[in-house]
Design a protein around this ligand. Structure first.
Ligand code: AMP
Ligand code: MN
Ligand code: ZN
Length: 908
C-alpha cells in the first residue's frame, strides 16, 4: 500500500514534471517564434505618425527623382522635371527693370487674435482673402526628426489685417488650393530667408513662389551688420524672439501658446520690416541717382529674391546610398583611432559603409531621419568594436550615445526603435553575413517590405519597391565580372533582359469605382479614357488615376469577395521584388492549360505573374523538372517518341520503326549544315537516324530537307518558310531552298551557337525567333527552333510510346486539332493593354489560330495528361492539378511579393 502510494506519487510527479517541461518548452518556442515572426516585429506597426494620414506624398523616400508640377506639358517638354513650371513668369519679373515695390505696411502690434486654419473650407476662405491682397508675409515650420525628407508642420501667413496659422498636417492633401496665390506674379510674397521655405513648399505641396521679396536679401544689399530675423525684429520692431523654438516638434497639436506666439512672430512683422527695408533701399537709390555708378538697390534686392524662386527642390541622390556619410564619418574618426593596421582599416571602412547603407535604407523604409535611426558616433563605435550579439550591440549604442549626449539630442531614444526592431540585421551585418547574401539593398528591402516583411508599408516607402528601377548601385555589391566569359554571359543577360522584358509597366493600376464608391477593378489608362470620352465617368483621383462610373454597372466583379482582382498590382518580380525588368510567367504550363475545358481556364491573371529573368529561370526549371515527374507518374512521355514515314508502316509494321521527331530534326540539321565536314562516324550515326525514319532506305538531300520539318505545326512551318524567303507552297521537296553548306545561321535550325544565351520558351513568352534559332535545344521545353509543317495522320498511344505516322501534305485534314505549347511568338513585344487583359492567358486565341499539333513540344503529352485527368477525376482533377503547379511554383521561388489574395488553393 505504502509502496503503491509512493509509486503513484512518483508517477504523478513525473507526469506533472513532464507536462510542465513540455508546456514551458512549447511556450518558449512560441515566444521565440513570436519574437522572430516578422509580420509584427517592427515598431512601425504600432507607432502612429501624423504623416501616415497623408493621402498623397509628392516626395517619397525612394531613390527616384522628385517630380515637379507639370500642368503644362508642352511648356515642360512633357517631362516636367528639368524646367521650373513658372520659369516664364519668374524670368519676366527678373527682367523688369523698374519693379514697383510699394508695400506701405504699418507696424501693428501683435494682439491675441489669429486664425487657425485646419479645414478645407477655411483654407478656401483664406485663398479668397489672399487673392485680393497685394502682398502677404509667409513663413513655414518643419519637422525633420521623425521623417526621412522632413515635412511642413505649419505655414504662417500674415496680412496687414490678420495672422493665419495653417495646419499643414491636417490640410496636407488640400494645400494645393494655395498654389494660385503663391504663383500669382501680381501678389508679392514676403519671406525672411526663403531659400528653404521655397523648396519645402514645392516638396510638400507643389506650391511655387512667384514674386518674392526676401527681407534677408534686402539686408544683404543694404550691407546690414546682421541679417537674421531676430536682429530685424529687434531693430525695427523692438521684439525679442526665442529662436530655440524653431527646433520644437512642430507636429504637436495643439501647439503650445509659446509655439503659436513664436510662429506668428515669424510672419507677423515681415510686411512692416520689408516696408522699412524697401524705404532704405529706395533712399539709397535716390541718393545714388545722380552718381555714375548705377547700382539699383531696390532692383537688386528684388532680383536676388526672385532668383530664389527659380530654385527647384531635388532629392539628394547618391550613387551609392550612405556613401558620402560613410566617407565623412570615416575621415572624421580616422584620426581618433590608435595606429590601425591596413587590414583593420579596410574592414573598418567596409563596415562603416555597410552600416551607412543600412541606415540610409532603414531611414527611408521607416520614414525617419538618419540621426534618429542611428547616430554617427554609434556607427563608429559598432565598426570599431564589432559587437557580436544583439545585447552587445544594444549596449554599445547606448553607451556611445550617452557619452556623446549634448542636451538637445536627448530627445532621441537610444538605441532607436528602428535599431531595436532590427537588431538581428545589424548583428548579421557586423558578422559579414548580410552581404554574403549578395545585394545588401535587396536583402534589407525584402526583409522589411517584402510580402512577409517586418515593417509597415506606407505611402512614403511604397515607392522603394515600386521604383526599384531607380535603385542605387551599391559599393558593397561585389562585381561579378570575374572573367571574360562571365562578362559576356552577363552582357548577354543584360541584352536579353532589355530585349524581352516587358517594355512598359504591365499594370497601370488605374482604378474604376462604382457610383456607390466601391472599387470595381484595376485597369489600364485606355480603359479610363474610353469611359471618360463618353462622359460615362468622372475623374476622382490623379496619380494613379481613378474614375467613378456615372452609371450603375451591369455586374459587379465576378470574383466579388476575393480581393485579389481589386488589388493594386505592383510592376515588380513577385519572386524577389526586382522592378527593373520583368516578364510574364505562366504558373500552369501551357501544354496542359491549353487542353483544359474552356470554363476551367481562368482568364484572369491569378496564374500569370511577373518575374525577373533570374526568378523566371528558376521557376521554369522547377516546372520542367516537375513535368518530368508528371510524365513518369502518369506514364505519359514528354515527347512523341517515334514518327514513322508514310509508306513505312506497311513495309515494317513492327514496333522498331520510327524515330523521335526531335532527334530526327537535329540529325537533319546537323547533316545539312556540317555533313561534308563531319567526322565519318558521326555522319553515319546521324544518317542512320534519318534512315530509320524513312524505313531504312537510302536518303537524299531532299529527304533531309523534309525531315527537318517533321513535327512542326503549319504555323511553325510558315515562320520557317518566311525566314527562308520561300513560299511554303513550293518549298516542300525543294532541296535547293536549303543551302547545303552555308554560313547562314539566320534560319538554320538548331545550329548550336555556343555562347548564345540559352533561353527557354515554354510558358515563358520571352523568347523570340532570333534567340530561338541559335539555340539547339532538345531540352526541357523541347520547342522547335524553327517552324515547319506536319500533318498528323494518325497518332496512337501505344503503352508509353506514341507512334505517329506523318504525311508530307500541307493541306491534309488532321486527326488532331491541337496547338503547341509555345505562345512566345505572340508576345515578343508585350503591349500595354488592360491590367487584366495584359496578363490573361492567350491560349485561347492561339488555339484558334493553329489547328495542328507540333510533335516537337510537350503538346501531345499535355493533351494526354489532361484527358487522363478528366477521365479519371473529372474537373476536380484539373483543379487539383492546378494547385500542384502553384505549389511547385511557390516551393521553387518562395515568392515574397505575390499580390495579397493569391492562393495556391485558388478556384477558378
Ligand atoms: P524658422 O523659420 O527660423 O522658424 O525655421 C523654419 C524651420 O527650419 C524650423 O521649423 C526648423 O524645422 C528648421 N530650422 C531652422 N533652423 C534650425 C536649426 N538651427 N536647427 C533645427 N532646425 C532648424
Ligand atoms: Mn519660422
Ligand atoms: Zn522595420
Amino acid at each position: 500500500m505504502n509502496n503503491e502510494h509512493k509509486t503513484r506519487v512518483a508517477f504523478t510527479i513525473v507526469t506533472l514534471t513532464t507536462a510542465a517541461i513540455i508546456f514551458f518548452t512549447v511556450r518558449r518556442m512560441r515566444r521565440r517564434k513570436q519574437r522572430e515572426s516578422p509580420s509584427s516585429s517592427c515598431y512601425s506597426h504600432s507607432e502612429p505618425k501624423p504623416q501616415s494620414a497623408f493621402k498623397r506624398v509628392l516626395a517619397d523616400n525612394s531613390y527616384a527623382p522628385f517630380k515637379h508640377l507639370s500642368f503644362n506639358a508642352s511648356k515642360n517638354n512633357g517631362n516636367g522635371s528639368s524646367l521650373h513650371p513658372f520659369q516664364a513668369e519668374i524670368t519676366a519679373l527678373l527682367q523688369n527693370h523698374q519693379p514697383e515695390i510699394e508695400l506701405g505696411a504699418e507696424k501693428l502690434e501683435m494682439n491675441d487674435s489669429y486664425v487657425w486654419v485646419d479645414t478645407e473650407m477655411q483654407l478656401k476662405k483664406l485663398v479668397n482673402v489672399l487673392s485680393k491682397e497685394k502682398f502677404f508675409g509667409v513663413d513655414t515650420e518643419q519637422h525633420s526628426l521623425r521623417s526621412f525628407l522632413g515635412f511642413t508642420g505649419l505655414v504662417q501667413i500674415s496680412t496687414q489685417q490678420e495672422d493665419y496659422l495653417i495646419d499643414t498636417i491636417a490640410l496636407h492633401d488640400s494645400m494645393e488650393i494655395l498654389r494660385p496665390v503663391f504663383a500669382d506674379p501680381s501678389i508679392c510674397k514676403v519671406f525672411h530667408g526663403a531659400d528653404n521655405d521655397v523648396l519645402w513648399l514645392q516638396r510638400d505641396f507643389h506650391i511655387y513662389v512667384v514674386n518674392l521679396f526676401d527681407t534677408s536679401k534686402a539686408c544683404e544689399v543694404l550691407s546690414k551688420p546682421q541679417k537674421s530675423l531676430a536682429y530685424l525684429l529687434e531693430t525695427y520692431c523692438g521684439v525679442n524672439t526665442n529662436k530655440l523654438l524653431q527646433r520644437e516638434d512642430w507636429r504637436q497639436r495643439p501647439l503650445s501658446a509659446e509655439m503659436v506666439h513664436y510662429a506668428r512672430t515669424d510672419a507677423h512683422y515681415l510686411l512692416y520690416i520689408a516696408n522699412c527695408l524697401i524705404d532704405e533701399l529706395k533712399q539709397l537709390d535716390n541718393e545714388n541717382s545722380c552718381s555714375d555708378d548705377k547700382f539699383h538697390f531696390v532692383l537688386e534686392a528684388s532680383r536676388r529674391s526672385n532668383m530664389i524662386c527659380l530654385q527647384l527642390f531635388t532629392k539628394e541622390i547618391e550613387a551609392s546610398p550612405g556613401e558620402s556619410a560613410a566617407l565623412s564619418l570615416y575621415s572624421r574618426h580616422q584620426s581618433n583611432r590608435a595606429s590601425p593596421s591596413i587590414s583593420n582599416e579596410t574592414q573598418f571602412l567596409s563596415i562603416v559603409r555597410q552600416l551607412c547603407t543600412w541606415r540610409d535604407l532603414m531611414a527611408r523604409i521607416h520614414d525617419e531621419s538618419l540621426k534618429y535611426v542611428l547616430s554617427d558616433q554609434a556607427i563608429v563605435a559598432l565598426a570599431s568594436r564589432l559587437p557580436a550579439s544583439n545585447s552587445e550591440i544594444y549596449n554599445s549604442i547606448v553607451q556611445t550615445d550617452v557619452n556623446a549626449e549634448t542636451g538637445l539630442s536627448s530627445s532621441i531614444p537610444s538605441p532607436s526603435p528602428v535599431v531595436c526592431s532590427h537588431l538581428t540585421d545589424i548583428c548579421h551585418l557586423l558578422a559579414n553575413k548580410l552581404v554574403n547574401h549578395g545585394d545588401i539593398y535587396s536583402v534589407i528591402l525584402q526583409k522589411c517590405l517584402g510580402q512577409n516583411g517586418n515593417c509597415k508599408l506606407n505611402i512614403s516607402n511604397y515607392a522603394l519597391l515600386v521604383n526599384c528601377n531607380v535603385r542605387p548601385t551599391l559599393s558593397s555589391k561585389r562585381s561579378s565580372l570575374k572573367n571574360p566569359r562571365q562578362h559576356s554571359k552577363k552582357a548577354s543577360r543584360n541584352l536579353f533582359v532589355k530585349k524581352f522584358s516587358c517594355k512598359s509597366p504591365v499594370y497601370h493600376n488605374c482604378r474604376i469605382f462604382a457610383n456607390d464608391g466601391r472599387l470595381l477593378c484595376y485597369c489600364d489608362r485606355k480603359k479610363l479614357e474610353w469611359y471618360l470620352s463618353r462622359d460615362l465617368a468622372k475623374v476622382v483621383d490623379e496619380e494613379p488615376p481613378a474614375i467613378m462610373l456615372l452609371f450603375e454597372p451591369k455586374g459587379r466583379p465576378e470574383d466579388e469577395g476575393n480581393d485579389f482582382y481589386i488589388q493594386s498590382k505592383k510592376n515588380i518580380c513577385v519572386g524577389c521584388g526586382e522592378g527593373n525588368h520583368y516578364l510574364r510567367y505562366r504558373i500552369i504550363p501551357s501544354c496542359y492549360r491549353i487542353h483544359f475545358p474552356e470554363h476551367l481556364k481562368s482568364h484572369r491573371s491569378h496564374d500569370i505573374v511577373l518575374l525577373c529573368v533570374d526568378c523566371h529561370e528558376a521557376a521554369h526549371a522547377a516546372a520542367e523538372k516537375y513535368k518530368r515527374k508528371v510524365a513518369s507518374e502518369f506514364g505519359i512521355p514528354l515527347y512523341v517518341r517515334r514518327v514513322i514515314h508514310p509508306g513505312q508502316e506497311t513495309e515494317k509494321p513492327n514496333d522498331e520503326g520510327g524515330v523521335s521527331p526531335l532527334q530526327l530534326r537535329s540529325a537533319a540539321v546537323a547533316l545539312l549544315r556540317h555533313g561534308p565536314r563531319m567526322p565519318h562516324d558521326r555522319r553515319e550515326e546521324l544518317t542512320e537516324i534519318i534512315k530509320t525514319y524513312y524505313g531504312g532506305r537510302e536518303i537524299s538531300k531532299e529527304d533531309l530537307e523534309k525531315a527537318l520539318q517533321v513535327g512542326m505545326t503549319p504555323h511553325e512551318r510558315r515562320k520557317f518558310e518566311k525566314k527562308r524567303g520561300v513560299s511554303s507552297k513550293h518549298s516542300t521537296g525543294s532541296a535547293s531552298a536549303v543551302p547545303y553548306e552555308g554560313n547562314d545561321t539566320d534560319y538554320a535550325p538548331g545550329m548550336s551557337n555556343g555562347d548564345t544565351l540559352k533561353v527557354d520558351t515554354l510558358d515563358g513568352s520571352y523568347v523570340n525567333e532570333e534567340t530561338r534559332s541559335g539555340d539547339n535545344r532538345q531540352d526541357d521545353s523541347g520547342k522547335p527552333s524553327l517552324a515547319s509543317d506536319l500533318a498528323v495522320d494518325k497518332a496512337t498511344s501505344n503503352g508509353n510510346t506514341i507512334v505517329v505516322k506523318t504525311t508530307d501534305h500541307d493541306d491534309d485534314e488532321t486527326s488532331y486539332s491541337l496547338v503547341d505549347t509555345d505562345e512566345s511568338l505572340n508576345k515578343m513585344q508585350p503591349n500595354v493593354v488592360s491590367d487584366e487583359e495584359s496578363i490573361k492567358d492567350e491560349d485561347t486565341t492561339q488555339a484558334k489560330h493553329h489547328s495542328k499539333l507540333s510533335l516537337l513540344g510537350h503538346g501531345p503529352h499535355g493533351k494526354q495528361v489532361v484527358d487522363h485527368l478528366l477521365k479519371e477525376y473529372g474537373e476536380d482533377g484539373i483543379r487539383e492539378f492546378c494547385q500542384r503547379w502553384r505549389q511547385v511554383f511557390v516551393d521553387a521561388l518562395k515568392p515574397r511579393f505575390l499580390p495579397g489574395g493569391w492562393d495556391v488553393k485558388h478556384r477558378i
